[in-house]
Design a protein around this ligand. Structure first.
Ligand code: FES
Length: 174
């Protein structure tokens, strides 16, 4: 039996967002951005809701969500660590940095640590190309990043979040 999306709060809210924005020119991206802003990610229940409102297939909507790196299909960790994987940073060792950092943090690129404490994700230019390789930790930019500096910044951000009672969500990183 097909899932009745109206049974889901996430589906209902996603549908309301889609209905509100559907008259915009090129409405799919603004709708998905607003859904992500509301939930911190694009929940699976949102896909059929948006597809129905915009008269698209679920595959079309899911294709857009999975194509754009800005959209998350799962909730992020308490803090987000982003590493630039674009050309200038690659030329300055971003691949090696990503491998070292993944090992140090115990989190694969594009994944959230099992504890939920952080998400490590790629980003494609942070506007800090002159100081490549670049990273962003809980919203703070780091130039000439090393695995040690990024891990230390992540530890400090996690500590600051704990000190302020931040148990989830963190910065949007968007
Ligand atoms: S290419 Fe990495 S910050 Fe621009």
């Amino acid at each position: 039996m097909a899932l009745d999306i109206t049974q889901s709060d996430a589906g209902r809210q996603a549908r309301a967002i889609a209905l509100r924005l559907k008259e915009r020119e090129g409405p799919l991206l603004p709708i998905l951005h607003e859904i992500q802003a509301a939930f911190g990610h694009v929940p699976a229940e949102a896909i059929p809701a948006v597809a129905e409102v915009l008269n698209l297939t679920r595959a079309e909507v899911h294709g857009v969500v999975s194509f754009y790196h800005d959209f998350r299909e799962r909730p992020a960790g308490a803090i987000t660590v982003r590493l630039c994987r674009s050309e200038a940073c690659k030329a300055m060792g971003a691949d090696r940095l990503a491998a070292e950092l993944s090992e140090r943090l115990g989190t694969g690129m594009g994944e959230t640590h099992p504890s939920g404490r952080l998400t490590l994700e790629p980003v494609y230019c942070l506007g800090l190309c002159a100081c490549a390789p670049a990273a962003q930790v809980a919203g703070q930019l780091l130039g000439r990043a090393t695995a040690g500096a990024v891990a230390d910044a992540a530890g400090a951000a996690a500590g600051a979040g704990a000190a302020h009672g931040n148990t989830g969500g963190g910065e949007s990183g968007r």
